[in-house]
Design a protein around this ligand. Structure first.
Ligand code: IVH
Length: 650
């Protein structure tokens, strides 16, 4: 890097940082940022006289934006030095052991969210402050008070700053984006942006609706007596804060590497996104001795995980036709290794999303892969366009059967019931885990069975035999017999699986269970009123069931004869009692577990619901009843103690 390149790099880093911290809209990945940042650091190490004042290395932390009152932290919020591999770890440990030989290390996840400082005085939460530049942040107490995992009062009366990360769980993030997709709003790039953006809303009710979660990772000003960090943290958890999903005190490099490997292995299964593991010296006295450089503590380091966001190029956009005929666009991208998996496709959700993000062929984009969900494009790097990018034209014909598509605005639909894609996908769905769970009916095989002409519908599956299968490419005796056995095993399955496998629009696993439990085999004769009366089933779902049954009565009967599913035991009609047909909510501690009491009420013909609403008939409460009791009183719902409930039944 020469001086000119150095200047350009600083400019670039500052632009990236502004998009990241101020606009909550990153335009590159952490990985690319870190790489350039480290180049800048090594240039500055060799050319200290050239260091620019606005170099990001001269800055303590995040930027502060307008909109909220500024507030000084009682003690500074530090950031962490990053290491990326075993070599980095070894060097960091060497450095650290030189300062003190007799130390152990507290290892916990590095959460990917937004940092937050909580100030408690006299046991009360008095301030919530964003990290800001580490010294001064933004006062967002109102918003912070909406986060349910942050206790408003604690059993600790001395002044204490509790620090942690605010995150959005991965499933919640998917839900928020699903809703935004339905409402035609721009999607959040990733859970971290969603958390940071939600935290800094001027309207607290928006923050409240986002289900943010606070995970403590440290303490600022405090008078805690514990001599070890992990004891201090245990004390914090006891005050009512959430614990990390995994943590360990390690004595040496092998133990550190081993818990690191464990966390990398487990990261997909955690509710929250992690971007590394933080290693901290456990002995507080050693921490004090080691102290800080200008930027970071010497007693802690972030051991980063492999990145889950990468930059790649859109090579093509292809269309997938699902079993309902819905056409979904999928981006084919330059193959990219993300955390050990080569990603070649990314979902584009729907056609509006392509327009909104203005995704063009040959665009450079950031893709995110996390957990089991399909990788997605979270950002188009429009500032990197060369003019060669091509706008994608919305299709008018089904890419599989070429029939005219129905354009419903956001959704495009193939209406041809015999379209190969629709048939093949319904068969795959029929055989999938939450349906009849038939092994060996993956994409390739089903396509092969379809094109051979042996299987044109699910019913045909059960007419397969050895003779037919052995004519197919790649089928030897064993594979053919396995498939036949798997098909045979589908007989006698639970009835809800049977209903789910039919693939009725809007009817998923939960609704299938409800229908099976309420109607058994006679669900095909249920009326609209009866169906709507079921918990969790609305009008649109009921209409969908009725229409499906009307059109497919013969197929359903035939499948039922072939598959002989088990009918769930009929619920016996409960005798007359004050709870029959009523809705009850349980709260507080009772003489028996609430599950036992719930079962008893259900056997009396009552519905037991989790939350109080105008529709609730009874709130039955035990000791330490909380907000549900208050809400019931407010709504004028009849409240009963557990004893009063039992007296009514006696
Ligand atoms: S400790 C003095 N522990 O990472 C130590 N930070 O890169 C300061 N973070 O600003 C931080 N999980 O927002 C620490 N378990 C963890 C963390 C964590 C996430 C964030 C935090 C901090 C940033 C530093």
């Amino acid at each position: 890097m020469n001086k000119n390149e150095y200047k350009k790099a600083v400019e670039k880093l500052n632009l990236w940082a502004k998009h990241y911290y101020v606009l909550d809209d990153p335009i590159t990945t952490d990985e690319v940022y870190d790489e350039l940042y480290h180049e800048v650091v090594s240039y500055e190490e060799q050319n200290s006289k050239d260091i620019l004042n606005d170099s990001p290395t001269q800055r303590v932390g995040d930027m502060i934006s307008d909109g909220f009152t500024k507030e000084k932290h009682l003690s500074r919020m530090w950031s962490l030095e990053d290491i990326f591999d075993s070599d980095g770890l070894m060097k960091w440990l060497e450095k650290t052991y030189k300062l003190d030989k007799n130390i152990s290390f507290y290892c916990e996840p590095k959460y990917d969210g937004a940092s937050l400082d909580l100030l408690y005085e006299n046991g009360e939460l008095v301030k919530g402050i964003t990290r800001g530049d580490g010294n001064i942040g933004e006062l967002i107490t109102q918003n912070v008070k909406t986060i349910k995992s942050i206790p408003l009062t604690i059993e600790h009366k001395d002044t204490i700053e509790i620090r942690g990360e605010v995150v959005i769980f991965k499933d919640e993030f998917e839900k928020i984006n699903e809703l935004r997709l339905q409402n035609n709003e721009a999607l959040f790039a990733n859970p971290r942006n969603a958390a940071a953006g939600s935290l800094r809303q001027l309207d607290s009710s928006i923050t409240a609706a986002r289900n943010l979660v606070f995970l403590p990772y440290g303490i600022g000003i405090n008078s805690l007596p514990q001599k070890l960090l992990h004891d201090k943290m245990n004390y914090i958890y006891e005050l009512g804060f959430r614990q990390p999903p995994e943590r360990a005190v390690c004595k040496n490099i092998d133990e550190i590497e081993s818990i690191y490997k464990q966390m990398v292995h487990d990261r997909d299964s955690y509710s929250m996104m992690l971007d590394g593991m933080v290693i901290k010296v456990d002995e507080i006295s050693s921490q004090i001795d080691m102290a800080y450089t200008v930027k970071v503590p010497r007693w802690a380091v972030a051991y980063k995980f492999p990145a889950v966001e990468k930059i790649t190029t859109v090579k093509n956009i292809v269309l997938q036709v699902g079993r309902t005929g819905a056409v979904t666009p999928v981006a084919i991208v330059e193959p990219t290794d993300i955390d050990g998996v080569v990603v070649e496709r990314a979902t584009l959700h729907n056609f509006d999303e392509i327009d909104r993000k203005d995704i063009r062929l040959r665009d450079k984009v950031i893709i995110l892969r996390s957990g089991d969900v399909i990788p997605k494009i979270i950002k188009v790097l429009t500032h990197e366009r060369t003019g060669k990018e091509k706008v994608y034209e919305r299709p008018t014909k089904c890419p599989v059967c070429e029939s005219e598509l129905l354009d419903e605005g956001v959704l495009l639909k193939c209406q041809n019931l015999e379209c190969e894609a629709r048939v093949v996908n319904s068969i795959i769905y029929f055989a999938s885990k939450p349906c009849l769970n038939i092994d060996g009916l993956g994409n390739k095989i089903v396509e092969q069975l379809f094109t051979s002409g042996f299987v044109k519908s699910v019913v045909d599956l059960f007419e397969l035999d050895l003779e037919k299968l052995l004519t197919l490419d790649g089928f030897k005796e064993k594979k053919a017999q396995n498939l036949l056995d798997a098909l045979d095993n589908a007989r006698g399955s639970e009835y809800w699986r049977f209903i789910n496998a039919l693939g009725i629009e809007h009817i998923g696993e939960v609704a299938s269970k409800t229908l099976a439990d309420n109607f058994g085999f006679s669900f095909i004769n249920a009326t609209k009123e009866e169906i709507i009366a079921c918990d969790g089933i609305g009008e649109e779902m009921a209409d969908s069931v009725l229409e499906f049954v009307r059109v497919n009565a013969l197929t359903i009967a035939k499948l039922q004869e072939i598959l002989q599913p088990q009918e769930p035991p009929k619920k016996e009609e409960a005798k007359e009692n004050p709870f029959k047909g009523k809705t009850a909510v349980l709260t507080g501690t009772m003489s028996q577990s609430r599950g036992v009491i719930k079962e008893m009420l259900e056997s009396l013909g009552a519905k037991v619901s989790g939350s109080v609403s105008k529709k609730t008939d009874f709130l039955i409460y035990g000791e330490d009843a909380g907000s549900k009791y208050d809400k019931a009183v407010k709504l004028g719902v009849q409240t009963l103690t557990e004893n009063e409930m039992r007296e009514l039944l006696a």
